[in-house]
Ligand binder design. Sequence first.
Ligand SMILES: NC(=O)c1ccc[n+]([C@@H]2O[C@H](COP(=O)([O-])OP(=O)(O)OC[C@H]3O[C@@H](n4cnc5c(N)ncnc54)[C@H](OP(=O)(O)O)[C@@H]3O)[C@@H](O)[C@H]2O)c1
Length: 188
Amino acid sequence: MSVSIVVAMGLNRVIGTDRGLPWHLPVDLKRFRALTIGNPIIMGRTTHEQIGKPLPGRPNIVLTRNRNFHRPVIELVHTPQEAISLAQRLGGEIMIVGGGEVYRQFLPLASRLHLTIVEHSPTGTTTFPLDELVGTRWTVRHQEYCAADERNAFAHRYYCLDRDADGQELLALVNTGINEADRRLRLD
Ligand SMILES: NC(=O)c1ccc[n+]([C@@H]2O[C@H](COP(=O)([O-])OP(=O)(O)OC[C@H]3O[C@@H](n4cnc5c(N)ncnc54)[C@H](OP(=O)(O)O)[C@@H]3O)[C@@H](O)[C@H]2O)c1
């Protein structure tokens, strides 16, 4: 079983507001689509309701404790175990796509982290539970720096990280960038 986290967070760890993402980054949305398409995605009911519709081309597994919440077009589950079992039956890379409460519960299971760090410290209501990863070690498989442009208001860096006992501690890894772009993307 392979469980991946997909998240975009600001330098202050903020990932969302009560209305949705705190930025509009078409480049990152396109990457999110490419990563998740065809794979089962697991999200919390809050995130699902913010998106407002099922994301096409991939099974949407939505976690809720509310047994009276019904939506015919998504797969509803009531425990993290149920979410994982269903995703395993469906096959593919299991993608945990938020939000904060759901990330926190699945981080211990994750062997891969698709992490976008946005060069911005927005005001928000939800943060990524990065503290859960203190002491864990990861290796960078791939990274991309995307400068801001007329459509993407903020520069951002995407990392694909694999959990690896011989890797580096996550915060150290993200913060020891040596070029200018990396320095601007230093996390607190
Ligand atoms: N930047 C990013 O990459 C990204 C990605 C996704 C979301 N977000 C942001 O994250 C925020 C939402 O995060 P959130 O923490 O408020 O909510 P969330 O994690 O999306 O959803 C929380 C809800 O999921 C259900 N749930 C959670 N754990 C459960 C469990 N163990 N068993 C059954 N149901 C469970 C509950 O639904 P019920 O209340 O129905 O029981 C709970 O209220 C938004 O601001 C959104 O924009 C950001």
